[in-house]
Design a protein around this ligand. Structure first.
Ligand SMILES: [Mn+2]
Length: 313
């Protein structure tokens, strides 16, 4: 069984470094910290480090460890939630003595000597929960269970994505049985600040609605500055328009802080493919969630017109 091979690799290593992807989300950070705490509990004599430079504004996770190049060279590297090597948030992973990959994205880049890749799983935290259940459930502490649950909950958008399965819920159920505080974790992950709440109101008031089915907002640099919000964080409020029955397509465009008159955008849709259209505007992404880059105001109008036309077909 592949899980046991991972355990053997961990048991034969004195030093373990755990890596994850750049722009980490809660599945990356949750699985990384769960792996670290589980190994610490099960093998207290081993050195284990969680590495990576970038942080996430969502959830509360400990800061990454700082280690010398030497430590990494002598370590078993476990890379979590990262499909291709370019995305690993610390290039020193490749200097490790041995490399293992655990991931749930499609497997295009076999950068490890051993890997557990399960693309039908909703989160790496789902894989790790199953792994820990089989290989050492008694060492899943309350904290480890919380990390795993945070990754499961966020990668499935609160168990709403189409890759949420009976197995996903079984893993969540097992974690709930460890005594995690479910409402507390929800508040910690999803509650807004008062400023964010007011910014949502601003977006709604400034939304342009076309034919009651297309909604978008444009946030200028001046407005972003007034709200003290970074353009990328402003675009993260895209979900503000995402729960209206009538809306079929919605978008937020933000002016770049260093290039006046140049906008980046996030597009979402219920049915139509927005990534095809996004590709014509230096962007791309998934069918129902895509991004565009470097648009002028004229290009925003042109893109909106194209989206509206796509809805008429
Ligand atoms: Mn993930």
């Amino acid at each position: 069984m592949c899980f046991h091979t991972l355990t053997e690799r961990i048991e034969s290593a004195d030093v373990i470094t755990v890596f994850r992807h750049a722009h980490p989300d809660c599945d990356a950070l949750g699985s990384q910290n769960a792996m670290k705490t589980w190994i610490q509990n099960r093998y207290p004599q081993k050195q284990v480090y969680a590495l990576g430079y970038e942080t996430s504004s969502q959830g509360e996770f400990p800061a990454s460890d700082t280690v010398s190049d030497e430590v990494i060279r002598n370590s078993l590297a476990i890379v979590l939630d990262t499909s291709n090597k370019e995305r690993i948030d610390d290039a020193r992973w490749q200097t490790a003595k041995d490399i293992v990959k655990v991931d749930h994205h499609p497997d295009f880049d076999r950068y490890a000597s051993f890997q557990i890749v399960k693309p039908d799983y909703a989160a790496v935290c789902e894989i790790l929960t199953e792994y820990f259940m089989e290989e050492g459930p008694e060492d899943v502490s309350l904290l480890t269970a919380e990390y795993l649950y945070m990754g499961l909950l966020t990668d499935t958008l609160c168990f709403r994505t189409n890759n949420t399965t009976s197995h996903t819920l079984q893993m969540a159920s097992w974690l709930a049985g460890r005594g995690i505080d479910i409402p507390f974790i929800n508040r910690c992950l999803f509650d807004q600040s008062y400023t964010e709440y007011r910014f949502d109101t601003f977006l709604r008031e400034n939304a342009v609605i076309i034919n009651r089915r297309l909604a978008y907002a444009v946030v200028t640099k001046e407005q972003a500055d007034a709200w003290q919000i970074r353009p990328a964080d402003a675009r993260n409020h895209i979900d503000t328009f995402g729960h209206v029955k009538e809306f079929q397509v919605w978008a937020i465009f933000t002016e770049r802080s260093d290039e006046p008159g140049v906008y980046d955008g996030s597009l979402r849709s219920k049915e139509i493919a927005v990534n095809d259209i996004a590709r014509q505007y230096r962007g791309g992404g998934h069918r129902n969630a895509a991004g565009v880059k470097g648009l002028s105001e004229e290009e925003i109008s042109k893109l909106i017109k194209e989206l509206d036309e796509a809805l008429s077909h």
